[in-house]
Design a protein around this ligand. Structure first.
Ligand SMILES: [Zn+2]
Ligand SMILES: [Zn+2]
Length: 101
């Protein structure tokens, strides 16, 4: 066992990262993990000319009635997730296919 120099937690000898505070023995500092590495698109609302806000992924429930949309969704048959963007001003909602990678 060794002791984290930052938070004094006990760490297994073969660990180089503190389980408690993310202190790295190699880099000698606390590593901050970014919550999302997703690059959000810069999309403007056509009406308001302000950037849309990324508000998460929209997932179709299994058995959702996609058939109603007919041909419109035929191209998206294998996609069940969409990125959802909302205009903060006029609250227009836009769907985009998730980015790859
Ligand atoms: Zn620590
Ligand atoms: Zn708008």
């Amino acid at each position: 066992m060794k002791t984290c120099p930052n938070c004094k937690s006990e760490i297994e000898d073969n660990w180089d990262l503190c389980w408690n505070c993310n202190y790295s023995m190699i880099e000698n500092k606390v590593i901050e993990f970014k919550e999302t590495t997703r690059i959000s698109r810069k999309i403007e609302c056509l009406r308001c000319k302000i950037p849309l806000i990324f508000s998460g992924e929209y997932k179709f429930h299994e058995g959702a009635k996609i058939g109603f949309f007919g041909n419109l969704f035929e191209a998206f048959v294998n996609r069940e997730k969409f990125d959802l963007y909302i205009c903060p001003k006029c609250e227009k909602v836009e769907f985009y296919l998730p980015q790859k990678g």
